[in-house]
Design a protein around this ligand. Sequence first.
Ligand SMILES: NC(=O)c1ccc[n+]([C@@H]2O[C@H](COP(=O)([O-])OP(=O)(O)OC[C@H]3O[C@@H](n4cnc5c(N)ncnc54)[C@H](OP(=O)(O)O)[C@@H]3O)[C@@H](O)[C@H]2O)c1
Length: 293
Amino acid sequence: MTVPDLATTQRAFLFADPAAHSLSPRMHGAAFTHAGLPGTYEARRVPTGALASAVAGLRAPGVLGANLSLPHKEAVVPLLDSLSDAARAVGAVNTVIHRDGQLHGENTDAPGLLAALRDAGLPDLGPGEPVVILGAGGAARAAAFVALRDMRARAWIVNRTLDRARALAAEFRPHGEVQAAAPDDVPWADTPLVINASSAGLNDPEQAPLDASFLARLPAGALVYDMVYKPAETRLMREARALGLNAENGLGMLAHQARLAFTAWTGADVPVRVFLDALGEEAGSGSVAGRTP
Ligand SMILES: NC(=O)c1ccc[n+]([C@@H]2O[C@H](COP(=O)([O-])OP(=O)(O)OC[C@H]3O[C@@H](n4cnc5c(N)ncnc54)[C@H](OP(=O)(O)O)[C@@H]3O)[C@@H](O)[C@H]2O)c1
């Protein structure tokens, strides 16, 4: 496999719909500058019907690859030449790497989440300890992968639509102990980690994924990780902190998934702080709501 010629300008993209307010150009622009590389990163609105031709365009010389966001992370899979184990297991690709006309699919959301959980002070988990995942969409798939394959935890999936939680649990059962559950059936008192992978709170800061009464049942020192990153403190986080629990927002995951994609494209190891700093102004300005990663 040829290493990309990083002395000449190399291009990377985001394909999403919508894409206009993406934070990724800001993060990757800062990373190219930090690494001293003459690259560009451009967010393009790609409607579903245009995905195949946009992806085919990534095979051109001078293209490093692309990020995929809603609604393309699953639809891109059959358009690629190879997949990493993580992308195959999660069933979604957020990073395409181009080398010599070949396109390789990677999922950096899952390791990005794991890195962010560690930064947030993830408690040491024993095998089979409960991890609760709220939501059953694309982000919950990455969380289930991390809980089962990286942590060897027992995953409990709680979702507004229980049937979707059941379907996700059935799909991930080959990877470990996982089950769908109604909130009342979860062993909250033994749960050191709750991951909100639902979009509750994304467009309405006062919206929470479920009734907050479960928070009072969590053990001291539990971490509540909310993948939502605007507002910087969601209602879920606020209520968790009021009870003395550890709570973090999704900015760390956003920065880590971008860092891992950048390294996959360029080989450059840019510190996560560069990506977080690029987000910092936006995150603090209150204008991140509803944005595409
Ligand atoms: N920080 C990061 O880097 C990062 C990365 C990826 C995603 N995310 C965030 O993760 C969230 C989920 O993304 P996704 O791609 O998984 O979305 P998705 O595939 O559309 O799934 C959304 C999930 O949220 C649930 N939900 C929506 N509104 C709800 C509400 N009011 N109350 C309870 N549950 C609700 C849905 O339940 P139903 O099944 O009942 O509809 C579904 O399970 C978004 O906020 C996204 O921004 C963050």
